[in-house]
Design a protein around this ligand. Structure first.
Ligand code: ADP
Ligand code: MG
Length: 192
């Protein structure tokens, strides 16, 4: 069966490492949406305070439709920080949402030398399960899988994901609950 596996999650959770491994394991082609956006200049302007580009979602959608058509029936692993209406639906399309303990995430993002505010915004995004809810909204629970990457080696994560995909049960309950573990106010004070 042709498959399109979206690997999504907050920046820094380990998508690139995991998605590349997954592509290697499945023999699927790997596509990084952030890189595609840069290469094809699919953005309007640079948002300086956020240190990131504002994406032209309409052009991104069109580019993806063309890419899917040109790519044919082969399998595809798509790494993306976010899933939205821009994503053209495809048969056999699923999303794997990679999750990571927000405190570990914060320390990884500090390593990227990002501004404090940008680190906090992303930690907040992880705390409130935003990627998960975007994916559920876009694809529906039957096409969404969630994996917690906290303290797991990439290989371990790969095995877990392969097991989940082949069981093909979809998403049924939150795998993680960071808000139960962390007080967002306290966390924000530590980060900001
Ligand atoms: P993303 O693509 O989600 O932004 P990356 O894959 O680039 O995340 O990983 C962010 C950082 O975390 C990198 O330095 C990477 O080496 C490290 N990393 C990724 N996956 C793991 C893992 N399973 N365990 C430990 N460190 C990891
Ligand atoms: Mg990445």
């Amino acid at each position: 069966m042709d498959k399109t596996i979206i690997v999504t999650g907050t920046p820094g959770v380990g998508k690139t490492v995991f998605a590349r491994l997954l592509a290697k394991q499945t023999g699927f082609r790997f596509l990084n949406l952030g890189e595609l956006v840069k290469k094809e200049r699919l953005y309007g302007r640079f948002d300086r305070p956020r240190q990131s580009y504002v994406i032209d979602e309409q052009r991104l959608r069109k580019t993806l439709i063309d890419f899917f058509a040109a790519h044919g029936e082969g399998g595809l692993v798509i790494e993306t920080n976010w899933v939205g209406k821009f994503m053209p639906k495809k048969r056999g399309m699923i999303a794997i949402v990679v999750r990571l303990d927000p405190v570990i995430l914060a320390s990884r993002l500090r390593g990227r030398r990002w501004p404090k505010r940008k680190i906090w915004e992303n930690v907040e995004t992880e705390l409130i399960d935003l990627s998960l809810y975007e994916s559920l909204k876009c694809l529906g629970a039957r096409r969404v899988y969630e994996i917690d990457a906290t303290r797991k080696r990439p290989r371990q994560l790969l095995h877990e994901a392969m097991r989940l995909i082949s069981a093909s049960r979809g998403w049924n309950a939150v795998a993680v609950d960071w808000l139960q573990r962390y007080d967002p106010i306290e966390l924000s004070r530590k980060i900001l």
